[in-house]
Design a protein around this ligand. Structure first.
Ligand code: HEM
Length: 400
């Protein structure tokens, strides 16, 4: 039985071992670090069906919930807001947050994101070449955006960026708990300062005004603030970084981002499909026996839907390992948005409108203003994250 997870050998393609599994069928048993095993779903239809199935629970406080990596044993993850709750609590909190992440609100935020992206490029042009595209570009964009949206002072960014990486990259539960607790204490103080602020500067202050000890407790708000702060910057920054690597390795595809056309949104979705930055669309536990893909998932068994493999299911995508910003799906339909990079069902990414907008702005500004940009080291020598599911590079040296 294959042990999970396996590192990638190419920053934008799934591990070769997953590719072999995917060729054998849609569902597979894989073993975890703790000796337990779990279903890994590589089929697109089966992944969607399971993520939309109310018999699958996302409740991370359940004893039978699979612990995919040692750090997820840390109490801070049990449960994490939204993503770790089932209805009805999940739906109540999600409804409270929907307006801040709506398409309309995201459109209103776009000019500010364009301005800050342009400032970052000005600074890179002033001080470089070379530059580290993670520290100088890919991280500050989502980090500034989420701190403005939440009302977290950006002056504290070094602290919350470091602790987020500490939480998400910790090798064990103790390391994750220490980083998570530091973020928790920080947000606790911030909420105290904003508590009476329905007209404060962001989502945290607005929610602080809605605490009613029934639908929203103070602890719920802390968990929500933590989930948004963590979810809001590491995923998007690494998607920018690995998206740039993918585009630099495919120079013929960069024009989609410089022609200012309607090609940009589908090109972003093709990048999202290709990179599958979280590698996983969702982890769940079955609460009843479920028959699917010729197998029976028993009540109490864990399931992990692989976005990188579901996004390469040949029944949905022709030539699935090829990066093609002009891709159309089977039957000529534009297929970009069918990918499972943002998950599926009730937990589908709350921040996807925001992430798509940030990615559109980042790639188009970068390739328009620095068309000569290139990697300063071969793609195979980039310092990649390893041993986890969230993909990324610690730094991304570029020159022009
Ligand atoms: C490229 C960037 C991003 C990727 C690839 C991504 C991926 C995902 C995925 C796969 C899920 C579903 C997890 C599951 O079902 O278990 C998810 C959920 C979520 N994401 Fe994102 N995300 C991104 C950006 C963001 C941003 C910018 C935010 C903003 C705060 C965010 C906040 C959330 C939240 C709160 C959830 C939980 C939603 C729920 O349970 O209802 N994400 N994301």
């Amino acid at each position: 039985m294959l042990s999970y997870p396996r590192d990638r050998t190419c920053p934008y393609q799934p591990s070769p071992e997953y590719q072999e599994l995917g060729e054998k069928g849609p569902l597979h048993r894989v073993s975890l670090w703790d000796g337990k095993s779990i279903w890994m779903v590589t089929g697109h239809a089966q992944g969607r069906s399971l993520l939309a199935d109310p018999r699958m629970s996302a409740d991370r406080s359940r004893d039978d919930f699979p612990v995919v990596l040692p750090r997820f044993e840390a109490p801070i993850f049990k449960p994490i807001a939204l993503i770790g709750y089932d209805p009805p609590v999940h739906d109540i909190h999600r409804r409270m947050l929907a307006p801040a992440f709506s398409l309309k609100h995201v459109r209103d935020m776009r000019p500010a994101v364009e301005a800050l992206t342009s400032d970052l490029i000005d600074r890179m042009l002033r001080t470089g070449p070379p530059a580290d595209l993670v520290a100088d570009f890919a991280l500050p964009i989502p980090s500034m955006v989420i701190s403005n949206l939440l009302g977290v002072p950006y002056e504290d960014h070094e602290f919350f960026e470091e602790k987020t990486v500490g939480l998400l990259q910790a090798k064990d539960a103790a390391g994750a708990e220490a980083a998570g607790q530091a973020l928790w204490d920080y947000l606790d103080e911030l909420i105290t300062a904003q508590e009476d602020g329905a007209d404060g500067p962001g989502v945290i202050a607005a929610l602080a005004g809605q605490i009613d000890d029934r639908d929203l407790t103070r602890e719920d708000l802390l968990r929500i603030a933590l989930a948004l702060l963590i979810g809001g910057h590491d995923t998007t920054s690494q998607m920018i970084a690995l998206g740039v690597v993918t585009l630099l390795e495919h120079p013929d595809q960069q024009a989609a981002f410089t022609e200012g056309s309607e090609v940009i949104p589908p090109a972003v979705d093709e990048l999202l499909r290709m990179v599958s930055v979280t590698d996983v669309s969702g982890v769940r536990v079955a609460t009843e026996d479920i028959e699917i893909g010729g197998q029976v998932i028993r009540a109490g068994e864990g399931v992990l839907v692989s976005s990188s493999m579901a996004n390469r299911d040949p029944s949905v995508y022709g030539d699935p390992y090829t990066f093609d910003v002009h891709r159309t799906g089977r039957g000529g339909v534009v297929s970009g948005r069918q990918h499972l990079t943002f998950g599926y069902g009730i937990h589908q990414c709350l921040g996807q409108n925001l992430a798509r907008m940030e990615l559109e702005v980042a790639f188009s500004a970068l390739f328009t203003r620095i068309p000569e940009i290139r990697l300063a080291v071969p793609a195979g020598e980039l310092p990649s994250r390893s041993g986890g599911t969230m993909q990324g590079v610690h730094s991304l040296p570029v020159e022009w």
